[in-house]
Design a protein. Sequence first.
Length: 219
Amino acid sequence: MTANREDRRALFLLLSQVSFLVLTPFLEGDRIGELILVLSLFVILVAASAELAANHILVRATIPLAVLSMVVSLVFYIHPGKIAAFIFFISLVLFLGCVAVGLYTYLGRSGAITPGRIYSSISLYFILGLIWFGLYNLINMVYPGSFQESGVPVGLKALHGTFLYFSMETLTTLGYGDIIPVHPVARMCATFESAAGILYIAITVARLVSSYQSANKQP
């Protein structure tokens, strides 16, 4: 029964992230669409918090960050401003960082490779993309024009889909070149993300195989 609950929580988290990624290009820029995206983000925060339910230490750290992200995102939706956006992305990056630690620990546990572990491994990959999505927004707020899109500096009011797209293409090392980092901080951040994308696959597969082999060796 516990395994089934873990599988459902992991699947819920994965589907919430996929929904957010799919909906963003269709809804951003529209007032009602932005509200739907905010609610979609709320679902991700709730699903991620539920996924960490078994880790009491991380739950205590992440719940306040999740609540802060929800409140500030609503404030930013009602009254857009740089301060609200800055606080939102900082809290989001910290929250998702805690979630990433929790999922990474979960994937390293000994035992069978259940559907929940597969869902969690995919969710963790998307979470890495969302973490860097938040970092790129923060960098562009601190250093305006840190990125260029088709040769034009990306402004402070850039659509969120711009950095979400750049983050995912960097994580997967596609590198189309339509959006490029030009500030040294942005370049270094993108470098770390591309390295993380490559290392993640190798490390995750190794951890899953190792945990499976450890479980089989037990009498």
